[in-house]
Design a protein around this ligand. Structure first.
Ligand code: 5GP
Length: 120
């Protein structure tokens, strides 16, 4: 089961500007910033502005506008960084088995080199 949303999680604090982040994109639906511990030459985290713990409650409870806005933001960021032609990787960790550490939905965007088959 999905945990209740915790307004004190680190990405909530980043959204509120209480913790600094290296912003790469922001619109009505999404915020994106560089991962503090990059695992590729380019490692961006994209988060919805809404209070969603994970893909589980986002997919179940978010409005069509929120879902569309978030998905479009991810694509826009990839295009803005000229990643479409070389390619890139999107990754979402969900819950304990997925290795999710921060309980605010985020998509990892990796790029900038050939990434091999998997980041495990
Ligand atoms: P997860 O394992 O939850 O999918 O990934 C969480 C990611 O958030 C990790 O890649 C980690 O490096 C990143 N992260 C954790 N705390 C911070 C922070 O305070 N600022 C930034 N920019 N990234 C963070």
């Amino acid at each position: 089961a999905t945990l209740p949303y915790d307004d004190e999680n680190i990405f909530a604090k980043i959204l509120r500007g209480e913790i600094p982040s290296k912003k790469v994109y922001e619109d009505e639906w999404a915020y994106a910033f560089h991962d503090i511990a990059p695992q590729a030459p380019l490692h961006i985290l994209v988060i919805p502005k809404g209070r969603y713990v994970s893909w589980d409650d986002f997919s179940a409870k978010a409005s069509a506008d929120e879902i569309a806005g978030f998905v479009r933001a991810v694509g826009t960021i990839a295009r803005d960084h000229d990643l479409v032609e070389p390619g890139y990787r999107l990754l979402g960790n969900v819950g304990a088995d997925g290795g999710q550490e921060v309980p605010h939905l985020h998509v990892h965007l990796f790029g900038g080199k050939p990434l091999g088959r998997m980041i495990s």
